[in-house]
Design a binder for this molecule. Structure first.
Ligand code: AMP
Ligand code: DBH
Length: 569
C-alpha cells in the first residue's frame, strides 16, 4: 500500500501501549491475575469446548459457540483480505444486534484493534475517535433507531480520508454495496489469521465518558481485561449455566466486562442481547431465555421495578440484578432490593479499570449503603486530600488506584495523562469517596465537572465549547442539576452578547438545536437552558470555571427550593 493511499502508514502511527512497572508485573503474574491469556486464544478454545451450546441470542439469530467462532473468523479474515493489517484500528459502532459480538470477536481473531463507539455518537465524536486512534476502518449499521449511519459514514470518510474501509451491517442494497463493503460480503481464509498476540499488548481502545473536553481513548491489554472479567465472574456467580442479558449498549464497559457479555463467553454461558431497554421488551426476553443476570443504570432499574409489579411475565429466573454507572441512593436501593427476584448488586466501575461490587452474600445494609469494594486483593486503592495526603477511613477524599486492571495512561493524550495520573502512577478517578472500615467505598460526588446523566457522562467543558460557538452566546456554563428520574440532568447558563448585530436573544429551543446540529450524541444536548443576566464574577481576582459552575448551580438550586417552599406555604 502506498503512502498516499494510506495517509497514516502503520509505522508512523502513535504506538498502542499500556505498561505497568516491572515489580507490579511480577506481582500480578505471581498472584495468578495475569495468566498470559489472549482474546483470540480464549475465544478459539471456547468455540471448541462448548461447540454446540448457544453462545449468543440476538433477535431471531442464535449462534452456538462453534457458529460464533466461524462467523467471527469469516469477518476477521475477510477484513484482512480487504487490505487491513493486524494492528490497524477499527471503529465499531453497532447496537445490541446480532452482528455486534461476531464483529468484535472477528477483530480479535484478526489482530485488529476495536475502538468502541456508542450508537448515540454522531460525527463530532466519531471523527474525534478516528483522528485520535488513527483508525483505518469504520464498521457500523445501515439504519437503526431512525438514524442512517451511512450518512455519518460518508461524512467521516470525506473528513478523515485515512478511514479507507467502511463496513455496513444490515440489509444493503446493490448500489450501497458498491459504495461500502457489506458485512455479509466479507470473506477470507481463516488460515490467514495471524498468530496470537503478546498478552501484554493492547487488545482494544475503550472510551471514557470524558470529564474534560472530548472522550479519551483507553488502551486495555489482553492480560488486564481478561483478568477483570474472569474475577468478576466469580464475584457475580457466572457459570456455564448462567444466562447474561446485555441491556445497556454492548460497547459500554459495564455490560462488556462487569462481568458482561465477555465474562459470560469466558464462562461458556449464554449471552442475550436486549435490543431495547423498555420493560415490555426486556421482561419478555427474561422469561423466554430464563435470564439469570443483568446490569442496569439506576433510573432504568427504578423504571423497571415499577413495571415489575404487575407484569404478566415470569421474572423468577433472575438471580443477580446489577445496578451501576451512577449513584444509587439508599432509598432507591431498598426499593430495588425488594422489588425483583434475586440479589441486588451495586457496581461502581470505570472504563479505565477499577470495578467495585457489593458481594452476593454481603449484609443488606452494606448492599444498600455502599457501592461495594474492589475486585482484586491487589487493587491498591487510596483516598487522598487536595494535597495528595491519604485521609483516614470515614473521611471523604479523592479516589486513586493502582491495580492489575487499571490503566497507567490514556492513548495519545499527554495533557490528560499529566492531569489524571499521580507521580507514582495511580489513576485519579475524579470521584470523591469515603472508605468504610470494611474497605467498601461510598461515592459522595466528584471532583471534576461532568454530568452523570443516567450513567452517560457529559463533559461540561465540551458542551460549553459548542454553545460558545453560537454567535449570540457571550458565555456559557454547563452544570448538573439533581433530577428525580435521571439522577442528574444538564443545565446550561447562558450570557447573551450585548448589542451588536447578532445580539438578538436566541431562544432556548434554538440553542438546543444548535448543539444538536454540531453532530453530537443526543444525550449531550442540554436538558435545560437558563438565561442569566450576569455571571457575577465580582469576587476579587479570577473565578475558576469550576467555582463559577458551582455558584450558578447553587443559585438555581436555591431558586428551586424557594419556589417549592412558596408552593408548600
Ligand atoms: P467512565 O470513566 O466514563 O467509564 O465513567 C466512570 C465513572 O462513572 C466513575 O468514575 C463514576 O464517576 C461513575 N460511576 C460508575 N458507577 C457508579 C456508581 N455505582 N455510583 C456512582 N458513580 C458511578
Ligand atoms: O460507569 C461505568 O463506566 C461503569 C460502571 C459499572 C463501568 O465501566 C463498569 C461497571 O465496568
Amino acid at each position: 500500500m502506498t503512502a498516499t493511499a494510506h495517509p497514516t502508514p502503520a509505522s508512523r502511527r502513535q504506538p498502542l501501549q499500556q505498561r505497568w512497572p516491572d515489580e507490579l508485573v511480577s506481582r500480578y503474574r505471581a498472584a495468578g491475575h495475569w495468566r498470559g491469556e489472549t482474546f483470540p486464544a480464549f475465544l478459539r478454545e471456547r468455540a471448541a469446548r462448548f461447540a454446540d451450546d448457544v453462545a449468543v441470542v440476538a433477535g431471531d439469530t442464535r449462534y452456538t459457540y462453534a457458529e460464533l467462532g466461524r462467523e467471527a473468523q469469516r469477518i476477521g479474515a475477510g477484513l484482512l483480505a480487504r487490505g487491513l493489517v493486524p494492528g490497524d484500528r477499527v471503529i465499531v459502532q453497532l447496537g445490541n444486534e446480532a452482528a455486534f459480538i461476531p464483529v468484535v470477536c472477528g477483530l480479535f481473531y484478526a489482530g485488529l484493534i476495536p475502538v468502541y463507539a456508542l450508537p448515540a455518537h454522531r460525527l463530532t465524536e466519531i471523527r474525534h475517535f478516528a483522528l485520535k486512534a488513527e483508525a483505518s476502518a469504520y464498521i457500523t449499521a445501515d439504519r437503526r433507531g431512525g438514524f442512517d449511519y451511512r450518512t455519518l459514514a460518508r461524512a467521516l470518510v470525506e473528513e478523515v480520508p485515512a478511514v479507507e474501509h467502511v463496513v455496513i451491517a444490515g440489509e444493503s442494497s446493490a448500489t450501497e454495496a458498491e459504495e461500502f463493503t457489506a458485512l455479509d460480503a466479507l470473506d477470507g481464509d481463516p488460515a490467514a489469521l495471524p498468530a496470537d498476540p503478546d498478552p501484554q499488548s493492547v487488545a482494544f481502545l475503550q472510551i471514557s465518558g470524558g470529564s474534560t473536553g472530548l472522550s479519551k481513548l483507553i488502551p486495555r491489554t489482553h492480560d488486564d481485561y481478561i483478568y477483570s472479567f474472569r474475577a468478576s465472574n466469580e464475584i457475580c456467580g457466572i457459570t456455564r449455566q448462567s444466562v447474561y442479558m446485555t441491556v445497556l449498549p454492548a460497547a459500554h464497559n459495564f455490560p462488556m466486562s462487569s462481568p458482561g457479555w465477555l465474562g459470560a463467553l469466558y464462562a461458556g454461558a449464554r449471552v442475550v442481547l436486549c435490543p431495547a431497554a423498555e420493560p415490555a421488551t426486556a421482561f419478555a426476553l427474561i422469561e423466554r431465555e430464563s435470564v439469570t443476570c443483568l446490569g442496569l443504570v439506576p433510573p432504568l432499574a427504578l423504571l423497571w421495578v415499577e413495571a415489575a409489579r404487575n407484569t404478566p411475565h415470569d421474572l423468577s429466573s433472575l438471580e443477580v440484578m446489577q445496578v451501576g454507572g451512577a449513584k444509587l441512593v439508599p432509598e432507591a436501593a431498598k426499593r430495588l432490593m425488594h422489588g425483583f427476584p434475586g440479589k441486588l448488586q451495586q457496581v461502581f466501575g470505570m472504563a479505565e479499570g477499577l470495578v467495585n461490587y457489593t458481594r452476593l452474600d454481603d449484609p443488606d445494609e452494606m448492599v444498600i449503603n455502599t457501592q461495594g469494594r474492589p475486585i482484586s486483593p491487589n487493587d491498591d486503592v487510596r483516598v487522598v486530600d487536595d494535597d495528595g495526603r491519604q485521609v483516614p477511613d470515614g473521611t471523604a477524599g479523592h479516589l486513586q488506584v493502582s491495580s492489575p486492571y487499571t490503566i497507567r495512561q490514556y492513548h495519545n493524550d499527554a495533557a490528560a495523562n499529566a492531569k489524571n495520573f499521580s507521580a507514582d502512577g495511580y489513576y485519579t478517578t475524579g470521584d470523591i469517596v469515603v472508605r468504610t472500615p470494611e474497605g467498601n467505598l461510598i461515592v459522595q460526588g466528584r471532583a471534576n465537572d461532568h454530568i452523570n446523566r443516567a450513567g452517560e457522562k457529559i463533559s461540561a467543558e465540551e458542551i460549553e465549547d459548542h454553545l460558545l460557538s453560537h454567535p449570540a452566546v457571550f458565555d456559557a456554563a454547563v452544570v448538573s442539576i439533581p433530577d428525580d428520574y435521571l439522577g442528574e440532568r444538564s443545565c446550561a447558563f447562558i450570557l447573551v452578547q450585548q448589542g451588536g448585530g447578532e445580539g438578538k436573544k436566541p431562544r432556548a429551543m434554538a440553542l438546543k438545536k444548535w448543539v444538536r446540529e454540531q453532530g453530537l450524541a443526543d444525550f449531550k444536548v442540554p436538558d435545560q437552558i437558563v438565561f442569566a443576566e450576569s455571571f457575577e464574577t465580582t469576587a476579587v481576582g479570577k473565578v475558576s470555571r469550576r467555582e463559577l459552575r458551582a455558584r450558578l448551580r447553587q443559585r438555581l438550586l436555591d431558586d428551586m427550593q424557594q419556589k417549592a417552599d412558596e408552593e408548600n406555604a
